[in-house]
Design a binder for this molecule. Structure first.
Ligand SMILES: *[C@@H]1O[C@H](CO)[C@@H](O)[C@H](O)[C@H]1NC(C)=O
Ligand SMILES: *[C@@H]1O[C@H](CO)[C@@H](O)[C@H](O)[C@H]1NC(C)=O
Length: 121
């Protein structure tokens, strides 16, 4: 019962995120700002605050970002974008790297602070 209610409120929150994103969703390519906005719900998990797994809204955001990022140029940009953002918010490198696995999403982009983004193919 408790679990169901949590899923429901996560879906409501997701709806609000989508509305907030608005027109930007129709763009084929995703910008750094848009990507980071989708990933805001992941922040507590990434910095190691509270729960040991990302929440539903976070995972939906991750999926959204990687669905949009389907060109090499976008992958490179996002790679750089995530590296900068991760160091700015003080994200834990292991959590950044494991985020897609936790969300059960396959991503082609390495989420690794040591990767040279300009070498992504
Ligand atoms: C990338 O994905 C977007 C959104 O799904 C789509 O509109 C676009 O055609 C795709 N581009 C390529 C190169 O696959
Ligand atoms: C990343 O790779 C590019 C191209 O191979 C190279 O020019 C650049 O120096 C590399 N940057 C780092 C930080 O290793």
């Amino acid at each position: 019962m408790e679990k169901k209610r949590m899923d429901w409120s996560a879906l409501m929150a997701f709806g609000m995120v989508i509305m907030a994103l608005g027109a930007s969703l129709s763009d084929a390519e995703i910008s750094c700002t848009e990507a980071l906005r989708s990933l805001i719900p992941c922040t507590p998990f990434l910095v190691g605050f509270g729960s040991s797994a990302p929440n539903v809204v976070c995972c939906i955001g991750v999926q959204h970002v990687f669905e949009q990022a389907n060109t090499t140029a976008t992958h490179r940009d996002l790679c750089q974008c995530f590296q900068n953002a991760a160091s700015q918010i003080g994200a834990l490198p292991e959590r950044v790297k494991e985020l897609p696995q936790f969300c059960n999403i396959h991503v082609t982009l390495p989420l690794d602070a040591n990767v040279n983004c300009s070498r992504i193919k």
